[in-house]
Ligand binder design. Structure first.
Ligand code: SF4
Length: 287
């Protein structure tokens, strides 16, 4: 049986990732550029960029012999910012403007309220960056259960990681609203995240199998996988080689959705691998 492929229209880098990769590529034309952490959560792209002179470094303290450092789209913490200044490095700030906006909101909330609640993954660099701008008033939570465990509070402001799941955000807000007298809410989920999630839900409802493409270390891709798995059989892959043809037996429609740090070139190769399956299958049927 031939499978029909339904591809999300958002199969490419998000605008923030595209911008930071372009800045890195442009800068690397004149000098070697180091990035604080991999520029995006996609090992294949990171490897490709290394050969263009864009090299990730993990620890500021271990930096030596480096002149130029690029801040990736997730942004960095205030402490990291100060350390880079102290070290006298040439800093290229490629933080996504929408992430920068969340930094400003965290600072504003912290000036006006007793607590800054950040909804997101504690270990994610974007969340760490926001938390550092909330000064000592920041608290990070990631589920309605964690919100329910919080003590009642007088007043707070709340914002959210740009790639968080929309419906989960509203569930958490519902719990927080019952705990406080004053709660100022900033829905800082990026509109591109919402479009991706909505498109995924629409495709997942129409296919027999869903393929999510993105780095295994990408938190927005993991969230898409979570969302897809609630609706239909879903696989999370990084490269075409991860596709197992046995998944496709007796399927009519297969959906493809990508994370915010997956380039178009990988999606194209995945489509080619699925088309190859169709060709092989048709040959078998004819024989
Ligand atoms: S998901 Fe949105 S906020 Fe996050 S890097 Fe991409 S464009 Fe920026």
């Amino acid at each position: 049986m031939k499978i029909n492929i339904i591809k999300s229209e958002y199969c490419d880098f998000c605008s923030g990732v595209k911008r930071s990769v372009n800045i890195a590529r442009d800068s690397s034309k004149t000098e070697k550029v180091h990035t604080l952490g991999p520029i995006i959560h996609n090992p294949q792209v990171v490897d490709e960029l290394k050969s263009a002179g864009i090299i990730p470094v993990d620890d500021i303290e271990k930096i030596s012999g480096i002149r130029t450092i690029l801040i990736r789209s997730h942004g960095i913490t205030l402490e990291q910012e100060s350390r880079l200044k102290e070290k006298g490095l040439n800093v290229i700030d490629a933080t996504c403007p929408k992430v920068k906006k969340t930094h400003k909101i965290a600072r504003d909330i912290s000036d006006r309220h007793g607590m800054v609640i950040i909804i997101g993954a504690k270990s994610h660099p974007e969340v760490k960056g926001i938390l550092s701008r909330a000064k000592e008033k920041g608290v990070v939570i990631s589920s309605p259960e964690e919100a329910a465990l919080m003590e009642d509070f007088e007043d707070a402001g709340v914002l959210v990681q740009t790639t968080f799941r929309s419906e989960k955000f509203f569930e958490i807000i519902n719990v927080l609203a019952r705990k406080s007298k004053v709660l100022e809410i900033y829905n800082t989920i990026c509109e591109e995240t919402v479009l991706r999630q909505n498109e995924l839900k629409s495709i997942a409802g129409r296919v027999d199998l869903l393929i999510i493409v993105g780095g295994k270390n990408s938190s927005n891709t993991k969230r898409l996988y979570e969302l897809g798995s609630e609706i239909v059989e879903t696989y999370h892959i990084e490269v075409p080689e991860d596709i197992n043809y046995s998944w496709l037996a007796d399927r009519e429609k297969v959906g493809i959705v990508s994370g915010a740090s997956t380039p178009k070139s990988i999606i194209k190769k995945i489509e080619e691998k699925l088309e190859l399956y169709n060709k092989k299958n048709l040959k078998k049927e004819v024989a």
